[in-house]
Design a binder for this molecule. Sequence first.
Ligand code: ADP
Length: 262
Amino acid sequence: MSLSKVKHIVLILSGKGGVGKSSITTQLALSLSLSGKSVGVLDLDLTGPSIPRMFGIESSKITQTPQGWLPVTIATNSGRLSVISLGFLLPSRGDAVIWRGPKKTSMVRQFLSDVYWGDEELDYLLIDTPPGTSDEHIALVETLFKDCRREQIAGAVVVTTPQAVATADVRKELNFCKKVGVEVIGVVENMSGFVCPNCSECTNIFGSGGGQVMAEEFKIKFLGRVPIDPQFLVLIESGKRPRYPKGTVVGGEQIGTEGEEE
Ligand code: ADP
């Protein structure tokens, strides 16, 4: 069974789109893998799979083997990062996925059961979900509770921006977790302030503290704030590879050395 060797499964949720859920998933995966953990990323945002682009591996393909689908692997000296996304299966980037609920449900189940994450244990599987609570979430939670041991399901990290309109949607997300019995690991407030590169003054463009207030209200952990970083936006939008450490192998191909511009 595909998930039997995964130690900790973490869901990444957000109340609405565009708050930086996939960006936070990517950054979390990179940080964990650079700290020596083996990490899997499962992109379940079926209608807008942006994870391959964010890792700069958009042109990579996943392959079918007798053991299951082989994810695209980014191997560094410190750890292993494996990525699976519907984006790898689409003929081209602009292709739209317009599927009814049952097809989405079956794709989610397939991704959870038919991916071969490797012979060794995976420390973390980060699952990037679509915004809100949709068919994908229900299929995901049902399959996890059916196929995994309870202790494998670490819980959910909820991403929000500071505005009240975003945090209001997150409340629905938190209620969903409560209803289905998924523990909330904590809340991340993304796009929280912009530090001017010239004068270093911090401007709270979207307000500030909404995530923290909500965390206090729901008695869940506030994991921290991530500021708006224009460079981050440019890098992620460009589809360029992050500066992986020297010797990194992406999808079987050895790539540039540390600090080298791709
Ligand atoms: P979601 O997954 O919630 O739809 P994304 O992660 O795709 O959101 O982010 C939406 C856009 O915002 C992307 O273009 C991304 O590069 C940008 N973005 C996200 N977080 C930040 C940040 N902290 N600073 C600058 N840009 C960001």
